[in-house]
Design a protein around this ligand. Structure first.
Ligand SMILES: Cc1ncc(C[n+]2csc(CCOP(=O)(O)OP(=O)(O)O)c2C)c(N)n1
Ligand SMILES: [Mg+2]
Length: 350
């Protein structure tokens, strides 16, 4: 492992208190419930386009998002329903966005792959593999330029680690001392292709070595391990103005998207990762430590079920996004047909 922060560089995660641990479990369960319900609605034809579920990856999502401050910007891939929910986006607005409704998080213009919640510093899901990476470097640059103490975190998959843009972005972030966390959620497959069939170097955190950047690998099925790793990385970025990389190893239980029947991955492999499901393992830890009771868990499950049912009902009852508004949010300034550019564009030269 390359240059992992030494113990004196790091502070322990604020010993996750019982409330926070309960909140983490509840959020993992909310995301699971939300996405299982979204899959049903997709099969009913209520959700169009693509739908990529992160079922199985929730511990990595929740552990990372919850280790940040609510004002630390995040960018992500198209597999990002959980990131929005963990950031506190309204489940009604997220479900309505999946349904393409005017009440959706982005007015129904973005759909499942393009959730964005500016108010919550969630700067979006992106369909282009690696596309979210340079945007996070830009957000890190803005933080640094304004002398703020935020940290930008970008989530990307194992597939993105072979995109040139990751190398360009990591180089720039390290060269300019930007507070960025490169968070690789390695679910071990890019579509149906296993990492060892796509990457000459399968220890993906080693990508950071080329930029003299600290990096580490963490168990992405263990929410507390992820929480600790991101807490350390965020502290390092805030105090040392140095970017770092984390590779979280997890597994998605379903196919790449709803249109992938997932017939090529070995059943034995799937069973092994199902046994490590955070809803099973983290529940065991919480019950064992007395952090939750069986009644608490029932209350959490009931609450999440009602939240998701309410979100589906809200989405169903909402009006479909109006075609006439389709291009409304494409440009920051109103579009004109003038080929020389819009008169509304700011003047760059006097
Ligand atoms: C630049 C680019 N190339 C190819 C694709 C098609 N594509 C969509 S998702 C995907 C796999 C990406 O895998 P990974 O980065 O591991 O993320 P995961 O889907 O596993 O979360 C590919 C190749 C794309 N969207 N963008
Ligand atoms: Mg992957």
């Amino acid at each position: 492992m390359a240059d992992a922060p030494t113990p004196q560089d790091t502070i322990p995660a604020p010993a996750a208190d019982a409330d926070l641990m309960r909140q983490m479990f509840a959020t993992i369960h909310l995301i699971r419930t939300f996405e299982e319900r979204a899959a049903e609605e997709y099969m009913r034809g209520n959700i169009g386009g693509f739908l990529h579920l992160a079922i199985g990856e929730e511990a990595a999502v929740v552990g990372s998002v919850m280790a940040l401050r609510p004002t630390d910007p995040i960018t992500s891939t198209y597999r990002e329903h959980g990131q929005a929910l963990a950031r506190g986006s309204d489940p009604r607005a997220v479900m309505a966005e999946l349904f393409g409704r005017a009440t959706g998080l982005c007015g129904g213009h973005g759909g499942s792959m393009h959730l964005m919640d500016r108010e919550r510093f969630f700067f979006g899901g992106y369909g282009i593999v690696g596309g979210s990476v340079p945007l996070a470097v830009g957000l890190g640059f803005a933080i640094s330029y304004r002398h703020e103490d935020g940290v930008a975190l970008v989530m990307f998959g194992d597939g993105a680690t072979n995109q040139g843009v990751l190398m360009e972005s990591m180089n720039m972030a390290k060269l300019w001392n930007l507070p960025v966390i490169f968070f690789c959620l390695n679910n071990q497959y890019g579509m149906g292709t296993a990492v060892d069939r796509a990457s000459a170097e399968t220890e993906l955190f080693k990508r950071a070595d080329a930029f003299d950047m600290p990096s580490r690998r963490v168990d992405g099925m263990d929410v507390m391990a992820v929480y600790q790793a991101v807490t350390d990385a965020a502290h390092h970025a805030r105090t040392e103005q140095e970017p770092s990389m984390i590779e979280a190893i997890a597994y998605r239980y379903r196919g790449h998207s709803m249109s992938d029947p997932d017939r090529t991955r070995p059943e034995e492999e799937k069973a092994r990762w199902h046994a490590r499901d955070p809803l099973i393992t983290f529940e065991r830890v919480l019950l064992g430590e007395g952090t939750v009771t069986a009644e608490d868990l029932t209350a959490i499950r009931d609450r999440n079920s009602s939240t998701v049912e309410d979100a589906v009902a809200f989405a169903n009852d909402s009006p479909v996004a109006d075609d006439a508004t389709l291009a409304d949010d494409v440009y920051a300034h109103p579009w004109t047909d003038d080929p020389r550019g819009s008169a509304e564009m700011p003047q760059v030269r006097p």
